[in-house]
Design a protein around this ligand. Sequence first.
Ligand SMILES: [Ca+2]
Ligand SMILES: [Ca+2]
Ligand SMILES: [Ca+2]
Length: 344
Amino acid sequence: MYVTHDGVNSDWIYVVEQRSSSTGRVKILDRTSGALVSTFLSISGLNTGSEQGLLGLAFDPDYANNGYFFVNYTQNSRTFVTRYQRSNLNPQLADPGSAQVVFSISQPFSNHNGGWIAFGPDGYLYIAMGDGGSAGDPANRAQNLNDLLGKMLRIDVGSLPYSIPVGNPFGDEIWSYGLRNPWRPSFDRSSGDLWIADVGQNSWEEVNFQPASSSGGTNWGWRCYEGNNPFNTSGCPSPSTLEFPIWEYSRGGSPFRCSVTGGYVYRGSAIPSLDGTYFFADYCSDQIWSLKYDGTTLSEFTERTGELAPTVGSIDSISSFGEDYFGELYICDIGGEIYRVISN
Ligand SMILES: [Ca+2]
Ligand SMILES: [Ca+2]
Ligand SMILES: [Ca+2]
């Protein structure tokens, strides 16, 4: 499902397994050999729908000292964000008894659970929430500022359960809104810009960009607009108040495209020519693309599928991209394969 790092142990990557039966796991792999180091954490009793399970993992910016990390999973038809701590005795293991729920919210349908969590450059925890699910946002949650679904949330987890950061635009957890199912956002580790891929309904998949200078409150448009195109504009604000994607592509075609998977801006050192290049993919067509965006102008849109074709296995049903300690880029497919992007 996902690959990340803890900011401390540069030799390791952490692999999130959505679930086997109803148990989600986090495993540590050696980043060079790919060998299993340990099963870091197991969480049982998860929901078993195709979009449910263990979906997100983020390490505290002070993980070196406090050992805290956060996971996002679905259980009992709710999304949970829960804090754990690594074992005092063995850094290759989490302490399963350390779990403390930070945040939870009812999920009215099994799909559109978001699931991505990450610490921003401001030190706050961001939580990407889908619109609750079904299709067409039937309860109009994404545009409703009294509902935390269909939003990007920002909370302060310095003391549990959490507090609202000073500066949140509406005085609650909401940082931005109008999202359908933000699937694998990412912060650019160099610039602090936030990239949000948002899965479309029937016609348009989108990539959104929030500059690091943003003070929040952005309305990303769903269910009024799907990409740049009207979807259901009943009761909607003026389009001039909405933030439209920097990139959209159509659903369908051949190969069949159905669902965007957001990636990262490459900031590794192995391939200097890719510095500042954002990678993303489609879950159904297995196509991988990249582009650059400077806040004003988009450039260098490139299909990368062919040049990233692996010599072993096949990259299909791309669930996430991932970054390691050094900023090198990984591709995860839902069948369980993990690839690292290298120069040939
Ligand atoms: Ca849901
Ligand atoms: Ca949008
Ligand atoms: Ca595969």
